[in-house]
Write a protein that binds this ligand. Structure first.
Ligand code: PLP
Length: 377
């Protein structure tokens, strides 16, 4: 029997015009990390966000988080509070700085950082004369965290927030786009994200001065002299003008990608909610999720595995939700404030194929495979 073609979790999806912007880069010989596509891409991002913010195009979302920590002067021995339920790239830059992550678990309403635990963690660290230098909160899978509540707590204790918006381009909280709330914010344009430059990211800052500082650090901290003069340690983090060309084209189709991803989610919800053993994270009233990945929750680890393996059998890729960072061996010695929420989600949750280029036949194939498991249980 012929096997059906593979359905991937979240593949890239190009529009019609990316190649034109790349061609322009070639024709003008701007095959460099400077050039007209960079500025075009950065302006499209900040214009999209619809607030007075500034975007610096970088070669990854990880680089954006790292530069944000640098700009907040996070140093060796400092502590940084970090949402535990996330991809490892949220926390790695804390380690690059020689600082220590303090992991905080999630709440059920959004799967993001739990306000009560956050305050508990802050008070505990302050009582030990270790006031956190920053907080990294994440809009996981495109669902915003409780921005007002979390930012009120941060303000109360005067701690800056880095908003990890890597999965949330186009998501909104109270009508405003994710990425405009934090002191700094990071986007990712990695191959699996809602739009991609094959690899890339952006740092969002609130002033042209901070944007300039980020470019300085991202280009080897070269001083403004004729010869190469360096007073600080810099990085090689700028995006190339060629890849920015892909980004310009992708920004033009972003809203279509959000519509497509949200409609994937609605399809899964419509055909799978009827089963008592399946549930979904619903959108709180003041939030709009880009539904970067559609996730379902089962009633047990065993059932989740049964569904995952059946999908695999049918050549359909699915993945458990992120493993909480406080469970990762690499972070075993880090402080943590936990409540079991992220551990349960990790045990029972599954990310379903969520590409904006999924077609109806593929969606039906996925839902039928899952239904088969649930009906034969
Ligand atoms: C993808 C991602 C990042 C890192 O982005 P890269 O561009 O891959 O470096 C950071 N945080 C989260 C939550 C992500 O999903």
């Amino acid at each position: 029997m012929e096997t059906a073609s593979k359905i991937y979790l979240s593949p890239p999806h190009l529009g019609d015009f990316e190649i034109e912007y790349i061609k322009k880069a070639f024709e003008s010989n701007w095959i460099a990390p400077i050039g007209p596509n960079i500025e075009l891409f950065e302006n499209k991002i900040s214009k999209y966000l619809n607030e007075p913010v500034h975007a610096t195009a970088l070669n990854s979302g990880t680089a954006a988080i790292h530069l944000a920590l640098q700009l907040l002067d996070v140093k060796e021995g400092d502590e940084v509070i970090c949402q535990s339920f996330t991809f490892v790239a949220t926390a790695n830059p804390i380690i690059y700085q020689g600082a220590k992550p303090v992991f905080v678990d999630s709440e059920l309403d959004t799967w993001n950082i739990c306000p009560e635990l956050l305050e508990t963690a802050i008070l505990d660290r302050i009582s030990r004369y270790k006031k956190p230098k920053a907080i990294i909160a994440v809009h996981l899978y495109g669902m915003p965290y409780k921005v007002n509540v979390i930012h009120d707590i941060a303000k109360k204790y005067d701690i800056p927030i880095i908003e990890d918006s890597a999965e949330a381009l186009g998501s909104k909280y109270n009508g405003k786009y994710c990425g405009v709330f934090g002191d700094f914010s990071a986007f990712s344009f990695n191959g699996n994200k809602i739009i991609t430059t094959s690899g890339g990211g952006a740092l969002i800052t609130k002033s042209t001065e901070l944007k300039s500082k980020s470019i300085y650090l991202a280009s080897q901290a070269k001083e403004n002299t004729v010869h190469y003069e360096h007073n600080n340690t810099g990085y090689n983090y700028l995006l190339s003008n060629v890849l920015a060309g892909i980004g310009v084209g992708q920004m033009e189709v972003l809203n279509n990608r959000i519509i497509a991803r949200r409609s994937n989610f609605e399809f899964y919800k419509k055909y799978l909610s009827q089963y008592d053993d399946i549930s979904f994270l619903h959108e709180p009233e003041n939030m709009f999720s880009n539904r970067w990945l559609s996730c379902l929750i089962t009633t047990s680890f065993e059932l989740r595995e049964q569904i995952r393996l059946e999908l695999e059998q049918e050549n359909i890729e699915s993945k458990p939700l992120w493993k909480p960072l406080h469970l990762q061996p690499v972070f075993k010695d880090c402080l943590r404030f936990t409540n079991n929420v992220s551990e349960n989600l990790f045990d029972t949750g599954l990310c379903l194929p969520s590409g904006s280029n999924l077609n109806q036949a593929e969606l039906i194939r996925i839902v039928s495979t899952i239904s088969k498991v649930l009906e034969n249980k």
